[in-house]
Structure formats: structure tokens, C-alpha cells
Design a protein around this ligand. Structure first.
Ligand code: WTA
Length: 657
């Protein structure tokens, strides 16, 4: 693997002055005993029973961890449980039938509340319908829906019958959907006619149709009618209307299928170091236990809370912290369909105010936007219901951290900066808000029971103040079990680089660089592989490059990340064209090709045309150098390049813009 983003570049990363959690918060926190770190350490791995105990098991587990076949670990392997029963049924039994499970806020101000009872009815009916359509245990059901209630209903219906779901973010393209359905051998799809985007009706079904044309397998599709008369559609063969199915199976119940703890709960495709997305496999027991435990210990979720994670369920954050974690704990989770600035820039604060939200969890990219818009928007609303704030998805520097703390939390709410990944399943590094001091700009120490280490190239832990590779030295319940594309890729992507199998020493490599301080607090510096993080969304530069080089007239392309005030990182593309073509011929086609292959989220902010790309003598494109150029950084010695003069030309070109 090439280190492309160069953490050695030593960006000045400062942490702000530490802050202690307010006493009033500590008093009521789910976890407030500092002894928890030692307790977990001394009692590892059995300490993780605390997480498993938050769940209801159909058959209790006897073993906590099976590690004979590392890195293919098994957690709670002989236990059995059902995730949907844990997230819904058991709350009815505990007298919470009429308690709100999901409060849905539509884009145009529509509001729908699903009580636990409503959710129970919906998932039973839809589970019955899925069975009737032929979905059997272990069949992968792909879900391609925007943020409407049918998305969690479909996920939990799948979980009920033991069919792993494969949610594809609704904004991804038809090609991206096809790749993911093909890789997952998925013969079932749940999608919708369309949804509203910036006020316009946007056709989702035609994207799904285009995807299915590319697949060899026959697919049965359920279509949710979201737009009604705004976008009439006709159902074809093998297509079923969601609402009709619900009516057909009205009142039906389906017993939740007891699943082995290690059975797959879902698949989530994410960007990796090659062009092909990786199918991350999460299991029923370990994943759910970890998601529930961190919702309890880090996000301090309590059943009586109204909790809001303003992410999209199409990515892991929404899976773990809009659906599985909070519903497992029986709380009220808010689900928002729209954007933060529609109809106005106070939209989120209006929702917090009206719903008396206790806990709010979002991404730094959103916080930077709030900061730019100014405090007058949150100031219009009563935000005193808030007790805890969280952030996830990218590094957050002290300035936006402090802004969030002061203007949204009114200096009274702890802020948890939570580092984790699709592959870790749930939060891995964060402060415990009822225990630890916060340091703006540093996520925090490893959570109790986790063992995150920052190491150098040789695997030696770096000294406090130094940076290195962010690795994890012990397994944990929510960890990715393998990649759907195969065990081999799982080993090469995550384990080979820093593990020593001969000595049974296994190290998970995250792909991130980090710095650690004398208190063990970790500041994440960003990716060191071919992944870039745009507005908290993971994209593969290789995938974007291959979309660009697929365009007629393009000779070569290199895609790098450029630091951005708002998005964290922008997509920056360098392109050289073949003889006879110039940039005006291909610019539009490049954008189209990227949108077709991936989706509008991967559109470059800048496409810079250059006669050649800088290369080493062996012919490798120097992406790291191109990244430095895009970021206006000082360049080191370029004399080892085959074509050093091109760097000056590129810089001159950028300078003229
Ligand atoms: C980045 C999202 C700094 C990191 C949950 C990681 C962060 C990637 C943080 C995973 C954080 C996530 N501070 N960086 N608090 N949280 N990241 O898989 O680069 O979409 O590897 O999971 O986001 O992105 P993913």
C-alpha cells in the first residue's frame, strides 16, 4: 500500500484547552465510574458481557470470544438472538407499546411518529410479505431508499426473518447499485418511485431499473410509493407495491427467527483501496451488543430520551446510531429526511426545539457549515433540552468543536468526538462523557475494552506527541468479520500489514494516521490510503480515477483530496488528454462519467488539465506530490521524478486560476 496522504507531513494539529464534563451531567450519566477502564482491562474479554447483557438472548452464550482462528474472531458464538426482537418486540413486553420509537421529520414539514407498537405491526407485515416474495433466511435483500420510515422498516423486517440487508445509499448511481447487488448476489430489492431533492421530484425508480438491466440474476422488487401523483409509475413484472403488500398482510405476525450470534445481520459496502467497494460483513450478536453498549456508554442514551443522529441510514452511522443502537435501548430516535438549510438554516434547531431533543449527533462538516452561517440560527430556538452532543466522520479541529460546545450546547453539554469506521461497527475511540475530560481536537482514548495503538512502520508504538498508523491490537465485538468478496481480501485489507501470524500477534489496520498524547488521547489525522473523506463520506480515489479514465480522450488521471473549510476534503482531479483532444472536449464527459459510476457526491470540485502527470522513474504517478500541490504545500525534492518540470507547470496553472 502506498502512503498517499502523508501523515509525516506534520500538519500542525493543536488541541484546545481541556474541559471537564459538567457535574450535573456526570451525576446522571449511564457511566460515571472512572474505574471502568481498569475493570475492563482486568477482566478482558469477559468485560464485554456488559455489552451483551444489554440485549435479550433466546439462548445465552457460553463463550465470550473464540479466537483460535484469528483474524476470524467469533463473539458470543453459541448464543442466539434476533435483532428485530431486540429493537422492537421486547420493548412492547416492557410496557413501552405507546412510547415513540421513531419520530420522522419529512422534508416538507410532514411528521409521522411510529410507536414501538406501530413499528412492530409494520415490520411483522412487511416480514410476512418478504417471505411471500420468496425471501429465505440468509438471502441478501438490497435496500435502496432515501430517509423515509420504510427504510428502517425494511431493515428490521429483514432482520426479523434472518435475511441480511444490504443498504445502498440512495444518492449512489445505478451503476453503483448494480455493482453492489451483483457482488452480494442479491435477488431482492426494496426501492421507491422517487423522492424530493431541493423541492423537485427525483426519480429513483429509473435508477433502480437501469441497475437491474445490468444484472444477470432475476430480481424481485418492492416499490414504495413516496411521491404519489407527483411521479406516477407503473409496476412491471416482478414488481410489487409496498403499501399493497402491507395491506395484503395486514395484521399478520411472523415469529422472529433466532439467529446465531455470528450469523450475518447485514452487509455494508464501503470504499476501499482498490476501485471495487468492499462488502463489510456484520454479525447479529457482537455488532448489536457493541452498537447498544456505545449508545449507552458514549452517547448516554436512556429509554426516556429523544435522541437524534442527523446522519443518513445509507451509511454505517445511520445503521448503528439511528436504528440499531438507540432502538435496542428502547429510546425515541429522530429520523430527518431533509437538509440542514431547507427551508431555512435554522431547520435543525427548530426540530431540536420542537421535539425537545436530549442528544444530538452529527458530522464536523455540518458543524463547520453552522459556524459559517452564524449563531443567529441556533439562537432563534430553545435548545436547553440538549444534554450531550456528538460528532463523527472526520477530524474536528478545536475551533468548530468550541463553536459547537458554546453555541449549540451553551457550554453545558459534553461533546463526544467519536472515531470509528464501517469496519469497526460502532464507536472505538471517544471520551466517556460522564468520566473523562474532553480535549477539543482529540477524539479521546480507546474505549474501555478496546486497544487502539498508534505505531510506526515497524509496528513500534510511537512516543507521545508523535504520529503513526492507527491500529487496533485486540478484537472487539462489533468488528467486521470478513469481506463478502472473500476472506483473502479481508486479510490483505486489514491484517497483513502489521500482524505477525507466526507469533499469533494480530493487528487491525484502520487506514488512518493519528497522533497520541501523553494521556493516551488520539487525534486522528486522516486516511493514509486511497480513500478520501468528503463531507464525512468515504470515497475511493481509484474508483473516481477509473470513472475518469473511462472517458474517451482521457489519457491519464490522478485524484487526490484537497483540504476544504467546508467539506473537510474536496475531490481534486488531474487529467491529461490524448493527442487531438483538449479539456473542453472532455470536461463535461468526465463529470457525467463520475456521476454515472458513483453518484453526484463524487463530483470533483476542480479538474485540472495538464499535459502530463508527474511520475517516478519507474513510471508511477506521484499522487502524494500532486496532493501537496493541490493543497498549496511546500514541495520537497522533486529531482527523482522522470519529468520534474511538469510540477512547475502545474503550479503555474493553479496560480493563474
Ligand atoms: C474518518 C464513519 C477523525 C476516518 C463512522 C475513518 C474520523 C473514516 C472520525 C471512516 C473522527 C470517522 N475523527 N476521523 N471522529 N470518525 N473518521 O467508514 O478517516 O464512513 O477511517 O465510518 O472516517 O468512515 P466510515
Amino acid at each position: 500500500m502506498v502512503d498517499r496522504n502523508g501523515w509525516g507531513r506534520d500538519r500542525p494539529v493543536l488541541t484546545g484547552s481541556p474541559r471537564s464534563p459538567p457535574a450535573s451531567f456526570v451525576e446522571q450519566a449511564n457511566v460515571s465510574d472512572p474505574g471502568i477502564y481498569d475493570e475492563f482491562e482486568e477482566n478482558w474479554p469477559e468485560c464485554w458481557e456488559r455489552a451483551a447483557d444489554l440485549l435479550s438472548w433466546d439462548q445465552s452464550y457460553e463463550t465470550v470470544l473464540r479466537d483460535e482462528n484469528a483474524p476470524f474472531y467469533q463473539w458470543f458464538p453459541d448464543g442466539k438472538l434476533n435483532a428485530a426482537a431486540n429493537c422492537v418486540d421486547r420493548h412492547l413486553e416492557s410496557g413501552r407499546k405507546t412510547h415513540a420509537a421513531i419520530r420522522w421529520e419529512g422534508k416538507h414539514g410532514e411528521r409521522v411518529t411510529y410507536t414501538y407498537r406501530d413499528l412492530y405491526v409494520a415490520i411483522n407485515e412487511f416480514a410476512a410479505a418478504l417471505r411471500e416474495l420468496g425471501v429465505e433466511e440468509d438471502d441478501v435483500v438490497t435496500i435502496y431508499l432515501p430517509m423515509i420510515p420504510e427504510l428502517p422498516i425494511a431493515m428490521l423486517s429483514c432482520a426479523r426473518i434472518g435475511a441480511p440487508h444490504n443498504v445502498v445509499f440512495a444518492g449512489l448511481s445505478a451503476d453503483a447499485l448494480a455493482t453492489r447487488m451483483d457482488a452480494a448476489d442479491s435477488e431482492f430489492l426494496v426501492t421507491c418511485d422517487g423522492y424530493y431533492r431541493r423541492g423537485d421530484a427525483f426519480n429513483q425508480k429509473s435508477k433502480a431499473d437501469n441497475a437491474l438491466l445490468k444484472l444477470e440474476q432475476d430480481v424481485r422488487t418492492v416499490v414504495v410509493d413516496r411521491l404519489g401523483d407527483d411521479l406516477p409509475h407503473v409496476l412491471g413484472d416482478d414488481e410489487y407495491d409496498y403499501h399493497e403488500l402491507r395491506e395484503l398482510f395486514a395484521g399478520e405476525t411472523v415469529d422472529p427467527v433466532p439467529r446465531d450470534a455470528e450469523d450475518m445481520l447485514f452487509l455494508m459496502y464501503t470504499s476501499g483501496t482498490t476501485g471495487e467497494p468492499k462488502g463489510v460483513v456484520h454479525t447479529t450478536g457482537g455488532y448489536l451488543a457493541h452498537a447498544a453498549w456505545t449508545s449507552h456508554a458514549v452517547l448516554d442514551v436512556k429509554p426516556e430520551d429523544t435522541y437524534w443522529c442527523a446522519a443518513d441510514i445509507g451509511w454505517i452511522t445511520g445503521h448503528s446510531y439511528i436504528i440499531y443502537g438507540p432502538l435496542a435501548l428502547g429510546t425515541t430516535t429522530v429520523m430527518y429526511e431533509g437538509t440542514p438549510d431547507y427551508p431555512d438554516r435554522d431547520r435543525l434547531w427548530e426540530i431540536v426545539d420542537r421535539n425537545a431533543v436530549d442528544i444530538f449527533y452529527t458530522a464536523p462538516t455540518a458543524i463547520r457549515a453552522f459556524m459559517k452561517w452564524g449563531p443567529e440560527y441556533p439562537d432563534r430556538h430553545e435548545l436547553s433540552s440538549l444534554r450531550l452532543l456528538g460528532t463523527v466522520g472526520e477530524p474536528i479541529s478545536p475551533r468548530p468543536w468550541n463553536w459547537y460546545y458554546d453555541h449549540i450546547g451553551n457550554g453545558e453539554c459534553p461533546v463526544v468526538d467519536t472515531w470509528w469506521q464501517t469496519e469497526t461497527g460502532a464507536v472505538t475511540v471517544s471520551t466517556l462523557p460522564g468520566v473523562d475530560e474532553m480535549k477539543p481536537g482529540a477524539a479521546g482514548p480507546s474505549l474501555p475494552g478496546m486497544d487502539v495503538r498508534v505505531i510506526d512502520e515497524d509496528g513500534t508504538e510511537v512516543d507521545p506527541g508523535d504520529s503513526g498508523y492507527l491500529t487496533i491490537a485486540r478484537p472487539w465485538p462489533g468488528m467486521v468479520r470478513t469481506l463478502y468478496d472473500g476472506d483473502e481480501r479481508f486479510r490483505t485489507e486489514y491484517w497483513d500489514r502489521f500482524s505477525d501470524p507466526e507469533n499469533d500477534d494480530w493487528r487491525y489496520f484502520s487506514g488512518d494516521a493519528a497522533r497520541i498524547d501523553e494521556d493516551g488521547y488520539i487525534t486522528v489525522l486522516g486516511r493514509v490510503d486511497d480513500v478520501i473523506n468528503v463531507s464525512g463520506r468515504r470515497l475511493s480515489t481509484m474508483e473516481i480515477e477509473s470513472a475518469i479514465t473511462g472517458v474517451e480522450g482521457v489519457a491519464e488521471a490522478a485524484v487526490v483530496g484537497r483540504s476544504s473549510e467546508t467539506t473537510g476534503t474536496d475531490v481534486y482531479a488531474y487529467v491529461s488528454t490524448e493527442g487531438g483532444y483538449d479539456d473542453t472536449d472532455v470536461r463535461e464527459a468526465i463529470v457525467d462519467s463520475i456521476e454515472t459510476a458513483i453518484g453526484p457526491i463524487a463530483r470533483p470540485t476542480e479538474i485540472l488539465f495538464t499535459p502530463e502527470l508527474p511520475k517516478t522513474r519507474s513510471g508511477k504517478i506521484m499522487r502524494r506530490l500532486l496532493e501537496d500541490v493541490a493543497n498549496g504545500e511546500e514541495l520537497g525534492d522533486t529531482s527523482a521524478l522522470r519529468n520534474p518540470e511538469i510540477v512547475g507547470e502545474i503550479q503555474a496553472e493553479i496560480g493563474e486560476e
